[in-house]
Design a protein around this ligand. Structure first.
Ligand code: HAM
Length: 425
């Protein structure tokens, strides 16, 4: 016997269903990004939702995303797998596997999985659009990648954001800086406690972007990485700034910007918005990872990219009343005034195949109910097919806003409607 009130399943904690008409905004933000990426010479890349766990472990042993938040599982062949927590490692894995001719410029739209404590703007499954450019260490590439993202936010009509820029230097200068930083932080730890000391020992860089109030004084007095860059890193960083200046892209230098993955070298950046909660105010971010391809077993290949969280982008859009929900409208709604038969079915089919957006009602509803449905669907025209129209080989077309009516020969209906089409989506 089935239970009387069956359990209603809900989407897992930290995940969301996205339904129409909200999905129309998704189509909008993704297609604006796709067109923009194409203008910058990027092709779409699609990689699996899961990878061998080592793909991520190799790149982020000391990052929370990899150590604590990864969705890991053994498949039926007892291979250790992980749902991808981020998009860069899989793209670099694909580069190393397929060896496309560099520069290799790709963009992606991907769901990502992190077992985080869910809150507004932080989910266990989120979506990113992003780009990765492999095979060129020219600072112009950094500038173009940042300009692509800056222009994207503008194109969506967003204004409440700012760009933070930093350099993580090359691995050698970073290593000696990390030691210096560790010494400084431990030397000034005073009564800051074991948690502080533990974190400093683990990864002193992550302390820099900590929001813990008690730690701020020590952090503010800490030596800064940008003052300890090697000659090449410094020249690269300055060239990136000159390039951004040349394009009129505003930025703030933020020596405390430490991004959450081990693979970053050289340029790093983040677009932050005050429309988001302070704890996770980044709409998007990225940077260079010049050692990653080599670490994944490929030839030494520099790379740079970014990811933008679609959910956060839409939170910012809501706050700025940008990217409005435009419920999909119809060109026409077919109203079936005939008792039975296949006329409404075939007319609707013909109009749709002629490229129009057309819908109809089902299940022998009254003509009155069908006109109501046409209004509700926000169709521009109602197309009536009744006994009178059928006898004359016509359809009755009604403009649903003005109420104006006109008879159109049935075989010209598609052309007539197409000539009056108001939107192309
Ligand atoms: P990320 O900073 O971890 O970088 O993520 C990029 C963006 O994804 C964030 O700025 C945020 O908008 C969004 N995001 C991240 N985690 C969540 C979450 N739990 N819930 C909602 N949104 C989230 C990366 O993932 C790098 N792979 C970016 C990159 C590409 N670096 C170089 N190339």
């Amino acid at each position: 016997m089935p239970p009387e009130s069956p359990e209603v399943f809900r989407a897992p904690t930290g995940t969301h269903d996205i339904l129409p008409p909200d999905t129309d905004r998704w189509i909008e933000v993704v297609s604006v990004f796709a067109r923009r990426a194409a203008r910058y010479g990027y092709g779409l890349v699609v990689t699996p939702v899961f990878e061998h766990r080592e793909v991520f472990q190799r790149v982020g042993e000391s990052t929370d995303v990899v150590r604590k938040e990864m969705y890991e599982f053994l498949d039926k062949g007892r291979r250790a797998m992980a749902l991808r927590p981020e998009g860069t490692a899989p793209v670099v894995r694909a580069f190393v596997q397929h060896r496309p001719t560099p520069p290799w410029k790709v963009w992606y739209l991907a769901p990502l999985f992190r077992y985080e404590r869910p809150q507004k703007g932080r989910y266990r499954q989120h979506w990113q659009v992003g780009v990765e450019a492999l095979g060129a260490d020219d600072p112009d590439v950094d500038v173009e990648v940042i300009a692509l993202l800056e222009g994207y936010l503008r194109e969506l009509g967003l204004e409440r954001w700012s760009l933070r820029l930093n350099s993580m230097g090359d691995p050698t200068s970073r290593r000696s800086y990390v030691e210096l930083l560790r010494e400084h932080l431990l030397g000034h730890a005073g009564d800051l406690g074991d948690d502080f000391r533990e974190r400093v020992r683990e990864n002193p860089l992550r302390i820099l972007d900590s929001k813990n109030e008690e730690w701020q004084e020590v952090i503010e007095r800490a030596p800064q990485l940008t003052e300890h860059l090697g000659t090449e890193s410094r020249a690269h960083f300055e060239a990136v700034q000159r390039g951004l200046d040349a394009l009129g892209v505003d930025y703030e230098l933020d020596p405390r910007l430490v991004r959450g993955f081990d693979y970053y070298t050289s340029t790093t950046f983040e677009f932050v918005s005050d429309a988001l909660d302070a704890a996770q105010n980044a709409v998007g971010g990225g940077g260079r990872y010049d050692q990653l391809a080599e670490q994944m077993g490929g030839p030494p290949t520099p790379g740079i990219g970014f990811g933008v969280g679609i959910e956060r982008l839409l939170i910012v859009a809501d706050a700025e009343q940008a990217v409005p929900v435009r419920e999909s409208k119809l060109d026409a709604f077919v109203v079936d005034g005939l008792d039975g038969g296949r006329e409404a079915l075939t007319l609707t089919h013909e109009l749709r195949e002629a490229g129009l957006r057309v819908d109809r009602a089902y299940g022998n509803r009254s003509v009155k109910a069908q006109w109501k449905a046409a209004d509700r669907a926000r169709a521009v025209f109602g197309v009536m097919l009744g006994e009178r129209e059928l006898a004359r080989g016509e359809v009755g077309v009604k403009d649903l806003r003005s109420g104006e009516q006109v008879d159109v020969p049935r075989d010209q209906a598609a052309g007539w409607l197409r000539a009056r089409r108001e939107f192309d989506r």
